[in-house]
Design a protein around this ligand. Structure first.
Ligand code: PXL
Length: 292
């Protein structure tokens, strides 16, 4: 097989692999990660884990085709081609079998030394998403230990660390302790999303192992079920990080961008299940490409 001709120039375009489901309707997972990372200037390869007619939040009767059986052959083909990734970004995976296949993926691309960014998409508001189960949670817990950057919301952080979901009864000390627990799993950076430390505000808090300082960025709280907001946030944060922004600046960009998309969606009044109207905001991200 003819191997791919790859650039090793320091300023070459970086290649990111996004490993999520394709929810055909409802802007989340790959239909968010792909356009956002492309707009930020990355060559974005995808490994679809499942194909669903819609995401599972608020829809009934959706279809779901499990692609876990295709993952190893896809990875083996890429490996034979000699492809390399600068970062691997995983999100909603489907079943514990998918998580098992990620071990093969990471082994195949070990030489790439790709940064592994894990959004352990499992639930929200203290509840597991439909179709996910305890086997999934256990497998995800073990998998999170491999992440360089871990991006759970409060529900997922509780599931990953095996602690109780705090509901809205938490404070800064809880958040700090949770971030330290997440770092103890092995990540270099932990980011907790959907955190409110002041009335009518919501945002995210990050802690870098090396830096040791807590960064908190928040925005106006807009009531609603903002499907895919976590995927928008994680994709922008990852893109900013890979473009060389420090944790504080990446966090600021991701919170501001997500908040702008939520405001736009709220103002449009469209069905919340369709996800965020992020497309008209994408041009704001492209300005980063001109910077470096
Ligand atoms: O955005 C999270 C997500 C991703 N993928 C699927 C989902 C959900 C949340 O419900 O159902 C299929």
């Amino acid at each position: 097989m003819q191997k791919l001709k790859l650039s090793h120039a320091p300023d070459r375009q970086r290649r990111v692999l996004a490993v999520h489901d394709i929810s055909c309707i409802g802007r989340c997972s790959l239909t968010v990660a792909l356009p956002v990372l492309s707009a930020m200037g990355f060559e974005t390869s995808i490994l679809p884990t499942s194909i669903l007619s819609t995401h599972t939040g608020g829809f009934e009767g959706y279809t779901c085709r499990d692609l876990s059986g295709d993952m190893d052959p896809i990875v083996d083909h890429w490996h034979a081609l000699g492809v390399r990734f600068d970062a691997i970004f995983t999100g909603w995976l489907g079943t514990h079998r998918h998580i098992g296949r990620l071990a093969h993926l990471l082994e195949a691309f070990e030489d790439s030394r790709a940064e592994l960014i894990v959004d352990p998409v499992m639930g929200d508001n203290g509840r597991l998403y439909a179709t996910l189960d305890d086997d999934y949670v256990h497998a995800m817990r073990a998998y999170c230990a491999r992440a360089d950057m871990l991006l759970p919301n409060l529900t997922e952080a509780a599931l990953v660390t095996g602690t109780e979901y705090p509901g809205d009864r938490y404070d800064r000390a809880y958040v700090e302790e949770m971030l330290r627990r997440l770092l103890d799993l092995g990540a270099r950076t932990a980011v907790l999303t959907g955190v409110s430390l002041a009335p009518e505000r919501i945002g995210a808090v990050a802690l870098d192992r090396a830096e040791g300082t807590l960064h908190y960025v928040d925005s106006e709280f807009i009531p609603g079920m903002w499907h895919g907001a976590g995927d928008v946030f994680a994709s922008v944060l990852l893109g900013a990080h890979l473009r060389g922004k420090d944790t504080a600046e990446s966090l600021r960009m991701a919170v501001r961008f997500t908040a702008a998309c939520i405001r736009r969606t709220r103002d449009a009044g469209t069905d919340e299940r369709l996800g965020l109207q992020f497309e008209p905001e994408l041009a704001k991200l492209s300005s980063l490409i001109q910077e470096n």
